[in-house]
Design a protein around this ligand. Structure first.
Ligand code: ME8
Length: 523
């Protein structure tokens, strides 16, 4: 069950549709960059296969209604402004999404209404009296067992909170529309048991399988209009508003033109890789698949549930207000250094990591040292002006180690990327660049024989070319610039080109003035 499949359907990847209740932070940038990394990697591997990449904003629900009210703005106007910030973030982060879905779009309303009626026709929706705890922050219902009572402590009044997230919950008892989720427990269990790699990291898969062994309760999928007016009216009963999660998850179908007359394969369905944060696994791995099963649509192929960025060990979140501004980080370091840091440190996806400006600065320096310096050194006239002898293509003597490592790099990177070990993949490229730097230092081509100068130059240029191709998904701007400087044609930058030696000699380099991959830092 490889996520890079050989099928010819468009390769479909998604990020969550973010709540525009506040401006985006580093956590959102991380999801966007992670998805973009795999999208670009996939394009390099199978250039003929189009990528559909959906991101967007999830604009309904209490949380948005409340945030808009606090600002004294009509919800739509409020969402227009903040949704635009998420769109701008994707652009500034060099994220090649192909569609930005807004759940306030007419097309989305049509998709949700269509699905509601389909489920209703199948007898999967009923009206019931529902009582339970609801958290506005989490936009989700909790059962009695999932909440805890916290007595007042002088500063904070007594309240009930979600045990899992710590968010305050309120009791509600009302007439709701319910979805017969319970009917799908066995099918879901069977699906996850027979697809052990469908959720990454593995721990989330294991947890889900355990959860699905216990009974699954039906879920409420509407709220009374009198309480929640900002949302999609329940088809045929405008006294009720569709529950925000029921509506939002359908956004992944809206994004590629649902309703379809078939299974949507030519449009890209099912999702090949769904990037989400670990906070919303249940919605994506239980609720959405149940609706898909009900509609006889294929389930998402793979979910990547990444860990969280924290700030002083607390999850960075809009509700807690402990966030870091991604625009500022991009402005200060450039998007490539930010992406480099996000993937190098966050690309294991498993454990939460603490964001630090200091670490970002350190990684920015590392990237410049390992890549920028190698490039500057090896193209400097102190080497290029004195080289002579034949162009080096065969592994010889002291250079055979670097040449072999260069040949081997693409496979190593692929193996990690296919296992979704993005941090390791990046680490392998950096290792090669370090080896190249060491090779230069050891050979000292500025004072060696002209033949050794020639060989050092050629093997390092080839190491840079191969690294440059492999780096494109990680740091697209800098990698592109590097390949431009190396004179690698735009049509020779796919993964398969990294695995064979370039036909063109890097001669055009010699005519270039000092090449800087990174602009000098303004003080
Ligand atoms: O949950 N670290 O939207 P949301 C890493 N609208 N990633 C983080 C993060 C952090 N500290 N904080 C947020 C919603 N994220 C729903 C989704 S999908 C149909 C609806 C990322 O704005 C992570 O991907 O609260 C998380 O799952 C998502 O943003 C939640 O964004």
């Amino acid at each position: 069950h490889r996520w890079v499949s050989t099928s010819t359907k468009p390769w479909y990847i998604t990020t969550p549709l973010f709540y525009p209740n506040a401006v985006p932070h580093i956590g959102h940038l991380y999801s966007l960059v992670t998805a973009d990394l795999f999208a670009r990697y996939n394009t390099l591997k199978t250039p003929s296969r189009p990528v559909h990449f959906v991101t967007g904003s999830d604009e309904h629900g209490f949380k948005i209604q409340k945030a808009a009210l606090d600002k004294g703005l009509p919800p739509q106007e409020f969402c227009d402004t903040i949704s635009q910030q998420f769109r701008r973030l994707a652009e500034e982060a060099d994220v090649r999404s192909t569609r930005f879905v807004r759940t306030s779009e007419d097309k989305h309303y049509a998709a949700v209404e269509h699905i509601w009626r389909e489920l209703d026709k199948k007898g999967l929706i009923y009206k019931g009296s529902y009582s339970g705890w609801y958290s506005i922050t989490d936009e989700c219902f909790y059962t009695e067992g999932q909440v805890a009572y916290i007595p007042e402590d002088g500063e904070t009044p007594a309240r009930t909170i979600s045990k899992e997230t710590g968010a305050t919950v309120e009791y509600s008892n009302e007439t709701n529309y319910m979805f017969r989720l319970s009917r799908f427990r066995e099918a879901l269990l069977e699906h996850y048991t027979s697809n052990p790699t469908s959720i990454h990291p593995q721990s989330h898969h294991a947890h889900l399988v355990t959860t699905l062994q216990a009974p699954l309760e039906d879920i409420s999928i509407s709220r009374p209009q009198s309480r929640l007016s900002w949302g999609i009216p329940v088809p045929g009963d405008p006294e009720h508003t569709v529950y925000v999660w029921f509506d939002a998850l359908i956004g992944y179908l809206t994004g590629i033109g649902y309703p379809w007359s078939d299974l949507g394969t030519s449009q890209g369905w099912p999702v090949d890789l769904q990037v989400i944060g670990k906070d919303i696994v249940r919605f994506h791995a239980v609720y959405l698949p149940a609706v898909l099963l009900a509609l006889n649509l294929p389930l998402q192929r793979r979910i990547l549930a990444h860990a969280h960025w924290t700030s002083s060990q607390k999850k960075m979140s809009k509700s807690l207000g402990n966030t870091t501004d991604p625009f500022q980080a991009i402005e200060e370091f450039g998007i490539d250094s930010v992406r480099y840091y996000l993937v190098k440190v966050g690309g294991r996806f498993q454990d939460d990591v603490d964001w630090s400006h200091e670490q970002l600065a350190k990684h920015d320096k590392e990237l410049q040292a390992v890549l920028g310096n190698l490039f500057m050194r090896i193209t400097s006239p102190s080497i290029t002006a004195r080289m002579s002898g034949p162009i080096q293509t065969e592994p010889v003597g002291r250079f055979s180690l670097l040449m072999a490592a260069t040949r081997g790099l693409p496979d190593l990177v692929s193996a990690d990327m296919d296992r979704m070990e993005a941090a390791n993949a990046l680490e392998k490229i950096v290792d090669l660049l370090r080896l190249a730097n060491k090779t230069v230092t050891d050979a000292a081509p500025w004072k060696s024989t002209p033949e050794v100068a020639r060989s050092t130059h050629d093997v390092c240029i080839e190491a840079l070319r191969v690294s440059g191709i492999c780096l494109q998904p990680f740091i697209p701007l800098v990698a592109g610039k590097l390949l431009d400087f190396l004179g690698v044609s735009r049509t020779e930058r796919t993964w398969s080109h990294s695995q064979r030696r370039s036909e063109t000699t890097p001669s055009m380099l010699l005519s270039l003035p000092t090449n800087r991959l990174f602009p000098p830092k303004s003080a």
